[in-house]
Ligand binder design. Structure first.
Ligand SMILES: [Zn+2]
Ligand SMILES: [Zn+2]
Length: 234
């Protein structure tokens, strides 16, 4: 499985996950031209884009992708929140309150799961490469994650550290509370990782860092210490 970070953070998110025959975009929250440039204008190689929720930093260009022939997947709630009428949108169907039905795109098997965020029906993704058996979890814009995954790769949000956000004078208490209720802290990510089975883990990508409430080096060091695998701060 190849992982390419096109953009990460509250200004826009887009990640490419691929193997020999299938390529997915996770999110399309950056200008279409930037996506094209990053893909060397080979958007036709992309089999589908998965959108986790309706916020613009994740969904911005879904219409353009559809227009130019890329399949776009999202939950019914996300479609509704975007007020998207396009019949071409593929809906991720619920299995129960927490998990969604398996969806196959090329040789990738996708299992969406519920995340904790101020959006209508936000999800994270567990993606398995059916050819190699490798798997990946993608968790972003979520206060915490109660599920545990034994995977080869993780892309996980680390939005802020408790100390920095509490001492940041530029935030009013309402905004501080909103961030804490809807995004993942370093402390929560550490707790999640400590409770996860990391035996198979090969690489870890820390995504969606806040510019003003996080410390790149400190976050990288803290996570590296407990995982022992290469950690990339995106
Ligand atoms: Zn976001
Ligand atoms: Zn969001």
């Amino acid at each position: 499985m190849e992982i390419d970070v096109i953009a990460s953070g509250s200004n826009g998110n887009c990640y490419k996950i691929s193997n020999e025959d299938t390529a997915l975009l996770l999110e399309c929250g950056v200008p279409y031209l930037k996506i094209q440039e990053e893909l060397n204008f080979k958007l036709s190689d992309i089999d589908a884009c998965l959108v986790s929720h309706e916020h613009k930093d994740h969904s911005k260009e879904y219409k353009k992708l559809l227009e130019f022939g890329t399949k776009v997947y999202m939950t019914a709630g996300t479609k509704d929140a975007l007020d998207a009428k396009d019949y071409r949108i593929e809906i991720l169907k619920r299995e129960d309150k927490e998990f969604y039905k398996y969806t196959e795109v090329g040789s990738f098997l996708i299992r969406p799961f519920k995340t904790i965020h101020d959006a209508k029906e936000p999800v994270g993704f567990l993606i398995t490469d059916l050819k190699t058996g490798e798997s990946l979890t993608f968790i972003t814009d979520s206060k915490y994650c109660k599920y545990r995954f034994s995977v080869d790769y993780m892309l996980i949000e680390v939005n802020y550290t408790a100390k920095i956000i509490n001492e940041n004078k530029e935030l009013n208490s309402k905004l501080r509370k909103r961030i804490k209720d809807t995004h993942m802290s370093l402390e929560t990510a550490i707790d999640f990782l400590l409770k996860s089975d990391l035996e198979r883990l090969k690489k870890l990508y820390l995504i969606h860092l806040s510019d003003s409430n996080s410390d790149h080096d400190y976050i990288k060091e803290s996570i590296q210490k407990i995982t022992g695998v290469p950690v990339y701060v995106c």
